[in-house]
Design a protein around this ligand. Structure first.
Ligand code: TLP
Length: 342
Protein backbone atom coordinates (compact mmCIF):
# COMPACT_ATOMS: atom_id res chain seq x y z
CA UNK A 1 0.00 0.00 0.00
CA UNK A 2 1.33 3.42 -0.97
CA UNK A 3 1.76 6.11 1.66
CA UNK A 4 -0.52 8.70 0.13
CA UNK A 5 0.29 12.31 1.04
CA UNK A 6 -1.45 13.82 -2.02
CA UNK A 7 -4.31 15.24 0.05
CA UNK A 8 -6.42 14.60 3.13
CA UNK A 9 -9.26 14.07 0.64
CA UNK A 10 -7.88 10.55 0.08
CA UNK A 11 -8.61 9.57 3.71
CA UNK A 12 -10.96 6.58 3.86
CA UNK A 13 -13.97 6.20 6.15
CA UNK A 14 -13.32 3.99 9.16
CA UNK A 15 -15.34 0.77 9.69
CA UNK A 16 -17.31 2.56 12.44
CA UNK A 17 -18.15 5.42 10.07
CA UNK A 18 -19.24 2.97 7.37
CA UNK A 19 -21.44 1.23 9.92
CA UNK A 20 -23.09 4.54 10.85
CA UNK A 21 -23.76 5.15 7.15
CA UNK A 22 -25.42 1.78 6.65
CA UNK A 23 -27.63 2.15 9.71
CA UNK A 24 -28.78 5.76 9.08
CA UNK A 25 -32.53 6.48 8.99
CA UNK A 26 -33.25 8.15 5.62
CA UNK A 27 -35.70 10.45 3.84
CA UNK A 28 -35.74 12.86 0.90
CA UNK A 29 -33.57 15.84 1.81
CA UNK A 30 -34.93 18.06 -0.98
CA UNK A 31 -38.26 17.79 0.88
CA UNK A 32 -36.37 18.41 4.13
CA UNK A 33 -37.38 14.89 5.22
CA UNK A 34 -34.08 13.21 5.89
CA UNK A 35 -33.78 12.81 9.67
CA UNK A 36 -30.06 12.04 9.64
CA UNK A 37 -29.28 15.05 7.45
CA UNK A 38 -31.42 17.27 9.67
CA UNK A 39 -29.50 16.01 12.69
CA UNK A 40 -26.18 16.73 10.98
CA UNK A 41 -27.26 20.23 9.93
CA UNK A 42 -28.33 21.09 13.46
CA UNK A 43 -25.04 19.81 14.86
CA UNK A 44 -23.00 21.54 12.13
CA UNK A 45 -24.74 24.89 12.53
CA UNK A 46 -24.20 24.57 16.28
CA UNK A 47 -20.49 23.84 15.83
CA UNK A 48 -20.19 26.96 13.64
CA UNK A 49 -22.39 29.14 15.87
CA UNK A 50 -24.79 29.79 12.97
CA UNK A 51 -28.58 29.60 12.82
CA UNK A 52 -28.86 27.14 9.94
CA UNK A 53 -26.97 24.94 7.48
CA UNK A 54 -27.33 22.97 4.28
CA UNK A 55 -25.47 19.90 3.02
CA UNK A 56 -23.54 20.31 -0.24
CA UNK A 57 -21.60 17.74 -2.28
CA UNK A 58 -18.27 19.58 -2.18
CA UNK A 59 -16.31 22.45 -0.73
CA UNK A 60 -16.25 24.01 -4.18
CA UNK A 61 -20.03 24.07 -4.35
CA UNK A 62 -20.19 25.44 -0.80
CA UNK A 63 -17.88 28.29 -1.73
CA UNK A 64 -19.74 28.94 -4.97
CA UNK A 65 -22.97 29.20 -3.00
CA UNK A 66 -21.08 31.51 -0.62
CA UNK A 67 -20.29 33.77 -3.58
CA UNK A 68 -23.88 33.64 -4.87
CA UNK A 69 -25.46 34.38 -1.50
CA UNK A 70 -23.11 37.24 -0.66
CA UNK A 71 -22.70 39.04 -4.00
CA UNK A 72 -24.90 39.87 -6.97
CA UNK A 73 -24.10 39.57 -10.68
CA UNK A 74 -21.76 42.43 -11.71
CA UNK A 75 -20.44 42.94 -8.20
CA UNK A 76 -17.02 42.15 -6.79
CA UNK A 77 -15.72 39.67 -4.23
CA UNK A 78 -12.38 40.40 -2.55
CA UNK A 79 -10.18 37.33 -2.06
CA UNK A 80 -6.57 36.42 -1.36
CA UNK A 81 -4.72 35.94 -4.65
CA UNK A 82 -3.74 32.46 -3.43
CA UNK A 83 -7.16 31.51 -2.13
CA UNK A 84 -8.81 28.29 -3.23
CA UNK A 85 -11.80 30.32 -4.45
CA UNK A 86 -9.60 32.32 -6.81
CA UNK A 87 -7.06 29.66 -7.70
CA UNK A 88 -8.73 26.29 -7.83
CA UNK A 89 -12.46 26.71 -8.42
CA UNK A 90 -12.43 26.99 -12.24
CA UNK A 91 -13.52 30.66 -12.14
CA UNK A 92 -16.94 29.53 -10.88
CA UNK A 93 -17.66 32.93 -9.33
CA UNK A 94 -17.34 34.55 -12.77
CA UNK A 95 -18.69 31.73 -14.90
CA UNK A 96 -21.72 30.86 -12.82
CA UNK A 97 -22.51 33.84 -10.58
CA UNK A 98 -21.28 36.71 -12.79
CA UNK A 99 -19.19 37.91 -9.86
CA UNK A 100 -15.71 39.32 -10.41
CA UNK A 101 -13.00 38.35 -7.96
CA UNK A 102 -10.62 41.06 -6.84
CA UNK A 103 -7.42 39.19 -5.91
CA UNK A 104 -5.33 40.68 -3.11
CA UNK A 105 -1.73 39.54 -2.64
CA UNK A 106 -1.33 39.04 1.06
CA UNK A 107 2.10 37.43 0.96
CA UNK A 108 1.42 35.17 3.90
CA UNK A 109 -2.28 34.33 3.68
CA UNK A 110 -3.54 36.72 6.33
CA UNK A 111 -5.32 39.80 4.94
CA UNK A 112 -4.81 42.89 7.07
CA UNK A 113 -7.70 45.27 7.86
CA UNK A 114 -5.92 47.87 5.69
CA UNK A 115 -5.72 45.46 2.75
CA UNK A 116 -9.44 44.78 3.08
CA UNK A 117 -10.30 48.48 3.23
CA UNK A 118 -7.92 49.35 0.36
CA UNK A 119 -9.54 46.75 -1.91
CA UNK A 120 -13.01 48.24 -1.46
CA UNK A 121 -14.14 50.33 -4.45
CA UNK A 122 -15.35 53.88 -4.03
CA UNK A 123 -19.15 53.71 -3.86
CA UNK A 124 -19.72 56.95 -5.76
CA UNK A 125 -17.78 56.16 -8.96
CA UNK A 126 -20.04 54.73 -11.68
CA UNK A 127 -17.01 53.25 -13.48
CA UNK A 128 -16.33 50.76 -10.75
CA UNK A 129 -18.12 47.62 -9.61
CA UNK A 130 -19.68 47.46 -6.18
CA UNK A 131 -17.59 45.61 -3.60
CA UNK A 132 -20.06 43.20 -2.06
CA UNK A 133 -18.11 40.71 -0.02
CA UNK A 134 -14.75 39.33 1.05
CA UNK A 135 -13.71 35.74 1.57
CA UNK A 136 -11.07 34.49 3.99
CA UNK A 137 -9.54 30.99 4.06
CA UNK A 138 -8.65 29.26 7.35
CA UNK A 139 -6.57 27.14 7.36
CA UNK A 140 -4.98 28.63 4.27
CA UNK A 141 -4.12 25.89 1.80
CA UNK A 142 -1.67 27.54 -0.62
CA UNK A 143 -0.08 29.45 2.24
CA UNK A 144 1.08 26.26 3.92
CA UNK A 145 -1.99 25.32 5.93
CA UNK A 146 -1.34 28.25 8.25
CA UNK A 147 -3.88 29.26 10.85
CA UNK A 148 -5.09 32.84 11.10
CA UNK A 149 -4.41 34.26 14.57
CA UNK A 150 -7.92 34.90 15.92
CA UNK A 151 -7.18 38.56 16.52
CA UNK A 152 -6.12 39.03 12.90
CA UNK A 153 -9.24 37.30 11.60
CA UNK A 154 -11.46 39.41 13.84
CA UNK A 155 -9.70 42.60 12.76
CA UNK A 156 -10.03 41.77 9.04
CA UNK A 157 -13.65 40.79 9.49
CA UNK A 158 -14.45 43.96 11.47
CA UNK A 159 -12.83 46.05 8.73
CA UNK A 160 -14.96 44.27 6.12
CA UNK A 161 -18.15 44.80 8.07
CA UNK A 162 -17.29 48.48 8.63
CA UNK A 163 -17.04 48.78 4.84
CA UNK A 164 -20.47 47.18 4.46
CA UNK A 165 -19.09 43.91 3.05
CA UNK A 166 -20.42 40.44 3.76
CA UNK A 167 -17.81 37.94 4.94
CA UNK A 168 -17.61 34.36 3.68
CA UNK A 169 -15.17 31.96 5.30
CA UNK A 170 -13.72 29.09 3.30
CA UNK A 171 -13.34 26.88 6.34
CA UNK A 172 -12.66 23.71 4.35
CA UNK A 173 -10.19 22.86 7.14
CA UNK A 174 -11.69 24.97 9.93
CA UNK A 175 -11.42 22.08 12.40
CA UNK A 176 -7.67 21.87 11.77
CA UNK A 177 -7.51 25.58 12.63
CA UNK A 178 -9.68 25.10 15.72
CA UNK A 179 -7.59 22.17 16.99
CA UNK A 180 -4.34 24.05 16.33
CA UNK A 181 -5.62 27.10 18.24
CA UNK A 182 -7.35 25.05 20.94
CA UNK A 183 -10.64 26.93 20.48
CA UNK A 184 -14.14 25.86 19.39
CA UNK A 185 -14.64 26.24 15.62
CA UNK A 186 -17.46 28.72 16.37
CA UNK A 187 -14.86 31.23 17.59
CA UNK A 188 -13.35 31.22 14.11
CA UNK A 189 -16.64 31.01 12.19
CA UNK A 190 -17.99 33.85 14.35
CA UNK A 191 -15.91 36.21 12.20
CA UNK A 192 -17.93 35.36 9.11
CA UNK A 193 -21.52 35.70 7.97
CA UNK A 194 -21.38 32.43 6.04
CA UNK A 195 -18.97 29.51 6.25
CA UNK A 196 -18.28 26.36 4.26
CA UNK A 197 -16.52 23.48 5.98
CA UNK A 198 -15.57 20.11 4.54
CA UNK A 199 -16.36 16.67 5.91
CA UNK A 200 -14.36 14.96 3.18
CA UNK A 201 -10.89 16.20 4.13
CA UNK A 202 -9.30 15.65 7.55
CA UNK A 203 -12.58 14.37 8.98
CA UNK A 204 -12.28 11.40 6.58
CA UNK A 205 -15.85 11.29 5.29
CA UNK A 206 -16.26 9.98 1.75
CA UNK A 207 -18.23 12.99 0.42
CA UNK A 208 -19.66 16.26 1.57
CA UNK A 209 -19.38 19.76 2.92
CA UNK A 210 -21.71 21.96 4.94
CA UNK A 211 -22.64 25.56 4.20
CA UNK A 212 -23.77 27.53 7.27
CA UNK A 213 -25.28 30.98 7.83
CA UNK A 214 -28.44 32.78 8.90
CA UNK A 215 -31.92 31.35 8.16
CA UNK A 216 -32.22 33.76 5.22
CA UNK A 217 -28.79 32.81 3.87
CA UNK A 218 -29.70 29.15 3.96
CA UNK A 219 -33.02 29.68 2.24
CA UNK A 220 -31.15 31.41 -0.59
CA UNK A 221 -28.36 28.80 -0.45
CA UNK A 222 -30.85 25.97 -0.95
CA UNK A 223 -32.24 27.66 -4.05
CA UNK A 224 -28.69 27.96 -5.43
CA UNK A 225 -27.88 24.40 -4.49
CA UNK A 226 -30.91 23.20 -6.47
CA UNK A 227 -29.93 25.41 -9.40
CA UNK A 228 -26.45 23.89 -9.39
CA UNK A 229 -27.81 20.36 -9.30
CA UNK A 230 -26.68 19.79 -5.73
CA UNK A 231 -30.08 18.99 -4.22
CA UNK A 232 -29.71 15.37 -3.13
CA UNK A 233 -32.25 12.84 -1.91
CA UNK A 234 -31.37 10.17 0.72
CA UNK A 235 -28.28 12.12 1.60
CA UNK A 236 -28.51 10.83 5.17
CA UNK A 237 -26.16 8.05 4.02
CA UNK A 238 -23.50 10.75 3.78
CA UNK A 239 -24.76 12.89 6.65
CA UNK A 240 -24.37 9.89 8.97
CA UNK A 241 -20.67 9.88 8.16
CA UNK A 242 -20.57 13.60 8.92
CA UNK A 243 -22.31 13.15 12.28
CA UNK A 244 -19.90 10.38 13.17
CA UNK A 245 -16.99 12.60 12.14
CA UNK A 246 -18.08 15.59 14.23
CA UNK A 247 -18.17 13.32 17.28
CA UNK A 248 -15.10 11.17 16.64
CA UNK A 249 -12.75 12.64 14.06
CA UNK A 250 -12.14 16.23 15.19
CA UNK A 251 -9.85 15.85 18.20
CA UNK A 252 -7.66 13.31 16.39
CA UNK A 253 -6.60 16.00 13.89
CA UNK A 254 -3.92 16.82 16.48
CA UNK A 255 -2.26 13.52 15.46
CA UNK A 256 -2.14 14.66 11.83
CA UNK A 257 -0.57 17.93 12.94
CA UNK A 258 2.06 16.10 15.02
CA UNK A 259 2.83 13.81 12.06
CA UNK A 260 3.15 16.82 9.75
CA UNK A 261 5.59 18.44 12.15
CA UNK A 262 7.77 15.31 12.38
CA UNK A 263 7.68 15.03 8.60
CA UNK A 264 8.66 18.68 8.12
CA UNK A 265 11.46 18.50 10.69
CA UNK A 266 12.82 15.38 9.02
CA UNK A 267 12.60 16.95 5.56
CA UNK A 268 14.35 20.13 6.71
CA UNK A 269 17.39 17.97 7.61
CA UNK A 270 17.65 16.45 4.14
CA UNK A 271 20.07 17.73 1.48
CA UNK A 272 18.60 20.22 -1.00
CA UNK A 273 15.33 20.77 0.89
CA UNK A 274 14.07 24.12 2.09
CA UNK A 275 11.13 23.90 4.47
CA UNK A 276 9.96 26.84 6.56
CA UNK A 277 8.98 25.10 9.77
CA UNK A 278 7.22 28.18 11.12
CA UNK A 279 4.61 27.71 8.36
CA UNK A 280 3.92 24.07 9.27
CA UNK A 281 1.07 24.67 11.69
CA UNK A 282 -1.47 22.00 10.79
CA UNK A 283 -1.53 18.99 8.44
CA UNK A 284 0.04 20.50 5.32
CA UNK A 285 3.78 20.45 4.62
CA UNK A 286 5.11 22.53 1.74
CA UNK A 287 8.79 22.50 0.81
CA UNK A 288 11.10 23.56 -2.00
CA UNK A 289 13.70 21.45 -3.73
CA UNK A 290 17.03 23.04 -4.58
CA UNK A 291 18.43 20.30 -6.80
CA UNK A 292 15.54 18.55 -8.46
CA UNK A 293 12.30 19.48 -10.26
CA UNK A 294 9.25 18.64 -8.18
CA UNK A 295 7.84 16.31 -10.85
CA UNK A 296 11.05 14.23 -10.95
CA UNK A 297 11.12 14.01 -7.14
CA UNK A 298 7.49 13.04 -7.14
CA UNK A 299 7.90 10.33 -9.78
CA UNK A 300 10.91 8.84 -8.00
CA UNK A 301 9.04 8.78 -4.67
CA UNK A 302 5.96 7.28 -6.32
CA UNK A 303 8.10 4.42 -7.70
CA UNK A 304 9.04 3.73 -4.09
CA UNK A 305 5.45 3.84 -2.84
CA UNK A 306 5.23 7.40 -1.49
CA UNK A 307 2.79 9.78 -3.17
CA UNK A 308 2.89 13.57 -2.91
CA UNK A 309 1.82 16.53 -5.00
CA UNK A 310 3.99 19.01 -6.91
CA UNK A 311 2.52 22.49 -6.39
CA UNK A 312 5.15 24.42 -8.36
CA UNK A 313 8.22 23.70 -10.50
CA UNK A 314 10.31 23.15 -7.36
CA UNK A 315 7.60 22.96 -4.73
CA UNK A 316 5.96 19.89 -3.23
CA UNK A 317 2.98 19.57 -0.86
CA UNK A 318 2.49 16.65 1.48
CA UNK A 319 -0.70 16.24 3.51
CA UNK A 320 -1.08 14.09 6.61
CA UNK A 321 -4.44 12.54 7.45
CA UNK A 322 -6.35 9.69 9.05
CA UNK A 323 -4.73 6.45 7.84
CA UNK A 324 -1.17 7.80 7.94
CA UNK A 325 0.60 6.64 11.09
CA UNK A 326 3.77 7.86 12.82
CA UNK A 327 5.67 4.85 11.41
CA UNK A 328 4.65 5.86 7.86
CA UNK A 329 6.34 9.22 8.43
CA UNK A 330 9.62 7.45 9.19
CA UNK A 331 9.30 5.19 6.13
CA UNK A 332 8.53 8.19 3.91
CA UNK A 333 11.52 10.13 5.26
CA UNK A 334 13.76 7.18 4.34
CA UNK A 335 12.38 7.25 0.80
CA UNK A 336 12.88 11.02 0.53
CA UNK A 337 16.46 10.66 1.76
CA UNK A 338 17.15 7.92 -0.80
CA UNK A 339 15.67 9.96 -3.67
CA UNK A 340 17.48 13.15 -2.73
CA UNK A 341 20.82 11.44 -2.13
CA UNK A 342 20.74 9.49 -5.43
N1 TLP B 1 -8.59 21.43 -1.88
C1 TLP B 1 -7.96 20.31 -2.55
C2 TLP B 1 -7.55 20.70 -3.97
O1 TLP B 1 -8.61 21.30 -4.63
C3 TLP B 1 -6.38 21.64 -4.02
C4 TLP B 1 -6.78 19.83 -1.73
O2 TLP B 1 -6.32 18.72 -2.04
O3 TLP B 1 -6.34 20.54 -0.82
N2 TLP B 1 -11.29 25.17 0.01
C5 TLP B 1 -10.05 24.75 0.31
C6 TLP B 1 -9.20 25.57 1.19
C7 TLP B 1 -9.59 23.53 -0.20
O4 TLP B 1 -8.35 23.14 0.09
C8 TLP B 1 -10.43 22.76 -1.03
C9 TLP B 1 -9.95 21.46 -1.65
C10 TLP B 1 -11.72 23.25 -1.31
C11 TLP B 1 -12.13 24.46 -0.78
C12 TLP B 1 -12.67 22.51 -2.23
O5 TLP B 1 -13.16 21.33 -1.70
P1 TLP B 1 -13.73 20.17 -2.65
O6 TLP B 1 -12.54 19.40 -3.13
O7 TLP B 1 -14.61 19.38 -1.73
O8 TLP B 1 -14.49 20.81 -3.75
Amino acid sequence: MAIDFRSDTVAMPSPEMRHAMVEAPLGDDVFGDDPTTNQLLEAAAGRMGKAAATFVPSGTMGNLIGVAVNAQRGQELIADADSHVFYYETAGAAAVCGVQIRPVSTGAGVMSPEQVADAVRPRDDPHEPISAAVTFEDTHNRHGGIVWPLEALRAASDAAHREGLRVHLDGARIFNAAVALGVPAAEIAGCADTVTFCLSKGLACPIGSVFCGSEDDIEEAKRWRKRLGGGMRQVGVLAAAGLYALDHMVDRLAEDHANARTLAEGLAELPGVRCDLSRVQTNLVYFDLEKMPATVFNDECAKRGVLGGPTGPRQVRLVTHYGIEARDIQSALQVFDEVLSA
